[in-house]
Design a protein around this ligand. Structure first.
Ligand code: 5RP
Length: 223
């Protein structure tokens, strides 16, 4: 199977999961990226069953609306049973690196509201140790160089994502050269640097369920 076929398989499994486990009329949180896009296309097939969605990026909002799926502002929503999103790396403990698409801050906010985080990945994303994929850090523009120097002190090699501005008007530093032994601790340390909006480690609040697409089928992995 190609990687695209694996993404489509896991997206269908996620839509089936939502249809089977989420009360009709519920709000569904929707992530960002190519796997999330496949999920949106599958969600469109069951759109009569869900109440509305909350999008984690402008790109996701546009794709949902193109399918005729209602998108709410998060501030209008007080409960959300499920959030479905991809990841750049994930461990068996369901800690993740996210933000390859630069939507990490809105993804983390929408995920925080959801009761359950369902991560959808193909098998290439499952790793023993996080950090081979450069860790995205969203920074306030005026703090860019200060934050970069602080990250170097922590052992990382930050590189500015050139020509990219987040949906929130900020910059992304992609941090190379990490082997992250304590994901929750490192997430908190990075978020403690003044000028960091948030970073792409989702460990303090990881996923609750991983739907992992493999050539022999979609596996369900829980913590
Ligand atoms: C976007 C993300 C994505 O979930 C992550 O980059 C995975 O994307 P893809 O499904 O395209 O591999 O965090 O900010």
């Amino acid at each position: 199977m190609t990687q695209d076929e694996l993404k489509q398989a896991v997206a269908k499994a996620a839509a089936d999961y939502v249809a089977a486990n989420v009360p009709a009329g519920s709000i569904v949180g929707v992530g960002t990226g190519s796997t999330a896009n496949c999920f949106i296309d599958e969600l469109a097939k069951i759109k009569e069953r869900i109440g509305a969605t909350v999008a984690s990026s402008e790109a996701t909002k546009q794709r949902l609306e193109a399918h005729g799926i209602k998108v709410l502002d998060l501030n209008e929503v007080s409960s959300m049973p499920v959030y479905v999103d991809g990841a750049d790396e994930i461990t068996a403990r369901l800690e993740m690196v996210k933000g390859g698409g630069g939507a990490l801050t809105r993804e983390k906010i929408v995920a925080a509201v959801a009761d359950q985080f369902v991560c959808v990945c193909d098998a290439s994303k499952l790793v023993d140790t996080l950090g081979k994929f450069p860790l995205p850090v969203e920074v306030i523009p005026m703090a860019r160089e200060y934050v970069a120097r602080e990250i170097v002190k922590l052992g990382g090699q930050p590189k500015l994502r050139t020509g990219f501005t987040t949906d929130n008007g900020n910059l992304i530093l992609d941090v190379h050269g990490l082997r992250i032994g304590d994901p929750a601790g490192f997430e908190a340390t990075l978020n403690g640097i003044v000028g960091v909006v948030t970073n792409g480690l989702f460990a303090c609040r990881g996923a609750d369920l991983l739907l992992l697409a493999t050539p022999t089928g979609v596996k369900q992995i829980t913590r």
